[in-house]
Design a binder for this molecule. Structure first.
Ligand SMILES: Cc1cc2nc3c(=O)[nH]c(=O)nc-3n(C[C@H](O)[C@H](O)[C@H](O)COP(=O)(O)O)c2cc1C
Length: 338
């Protein structure tokens, strides 16, 4: 069997779930994963996912309609579970007949999974640990993403390689599992598929696609950076648990320290509850990321990037990135079979 045929075989389950040619999910990236990148991703045979982030229901409505105008292929929507309008956002997805909703940012609130499933859509959730994966499977989800700390953006404490070894052997028979975090080349895709993954999810590798609307400065920062430049944010106050964020090293870490002090003081003074304090931190990140992605301020904004950023070396059409990944994966499988 050729490497390409073996790859198609290994990706069959994930591709069938997504309705795409390849079992490659475009990791939703706030501000970056909008209609242009998402449509390009789906048109290239992968599965694009709109990052709803902090969008209002009206904005999401327009983004889905805009994406539909650019592709006839299936795509999904990523919703953050702590969004105050989560249920309304689910209704917007249902209105458009979105086939797949990816829930990110912690365990979904009661009723969310049921509401998405009632609309006929499939539910994909993130599991940062085996126990949570099992709990989510019991609640009826259709697929899982396991994402390691090599990834860009908000991250958990465990590496992709360890999560893959802990979770794939136990749950891969029950439902399709997509592996994310630190994947920059096709050889790694082939490796995770052979370990039992149904597919993979990549974010960082797609940021510098020609179709990506990220500011030229943001793309330049990616092209210049190496793996060691993608570092994690630091928590300064033990009472205020903040989810670490991986981004390129720049002056913005001081701004984040100042923001944490400000929010911690509001907590001290009893002016905000913990939930509200955490939401303020999340809004901070959305604003800081916008500043870098849209305004191009890569010094004071947040240039969220994964460790695979060192493997991003130029701006090129998304279809070329996908072709490279597929060729590398197929060649790796061919070599192993020889
Ligand atoms: C700039 C950037 C923004 C991101 N924003 C989000 C987001 O809004 N929601 C989400 O679930 N994941 C977000 N992520 C994570 C990606 O969806 C994806 O899981 C991750 O990039 C995969 O790891 P990789 O960067 O090593 O490829 C973001 C990642 C990056 C690099």
């Amino acid at each position: 069997m050729s490497g390409k045929a073996r790859l198609t075989e290994l990706m069959a389950r994930g591709a069938a779930l997504l309705g795409s040619e390849y079992a490659i999910l475009g990791g939703a990236m706030s501000w970056v994963s909008e209609r242009n990148l998402v449509a390009a991703m789906s048109n290239a045979g992968c599965f694009g996912v709109i990052a709803c982030g902090a969008m209002t229901p009206a904005l999401l409505d327009a983004e889905i309609a805009g994406t539909k105008a650019l592709t006839s292929k299936p795509f999904g929507v990523n919703l953050i579970t702590m969004h105050p309008d989560l249920f309304e956002l689910i209704e917007v997805c249902a209105k458009h007949g979105v086939g797949h909703v990816v829930l990110a940012g912690g365990l979904p609130p009661g009723g969310a999974i049921e509401k998405i499933k009632a609309s006929g859509a499939k539910v994909i959730c993130f599991a940062p640990a085996l126990a949570l994966a099992k709990k989510l499977i019991r609640s009826g989800i259709d697929a899982l993403v396991i994402e390691g700390m090599e990834a860009g953006g908000h991250i958990g404490p465990v590496t992709t390689s360890v999560l893959a070894q802990e979770i794939l052997p136990v749950v891969a028979a029950d439902l399709p599992v997509f592996v994310a975090g630190g994947i920059g080349r096709g050889e790694a895709i082939a490796g995770y598929l052979e370990m039992g993954a149904a597919g993979v999810q990549l974010g960082t590798r797609f940021v510098c696609a020609t179709e990506s609307i990220a500011h030229a400065n943001f793309k330049k920062a990616f092209i210049r950076a190496s793996a060691r430049d993608a570092i994690t944010s630091v928590q300064i106050d033990p009472r205020l648990p903040v989810i670490p964020v991986r981004a390129l090293k720049n002056a913005s870490s001081e701004l984040f320290t100042a923001k944490q002090r400000e929010v911690a003081q509001l907590l001290d003074e009893g002016k905000v509850e913990m939930g509200e304090a955490q939401l303020q931190i999340e809004h901070y990140w959305a604003g800081a990321l916008r500043r870098a992605v849209i305004d191009g301020d890569v010094e004071h904004g947040s240039v969220m990037a994964g460790q695979s950023v060192g493997m991003v070396t130029k701006e090129e059409p998304l279809a070329d990135i996908v072709e490279t990944l597929i060729e590398e994966a197929a060649a790796a499988l061919e070599r192993r079979a020889a």
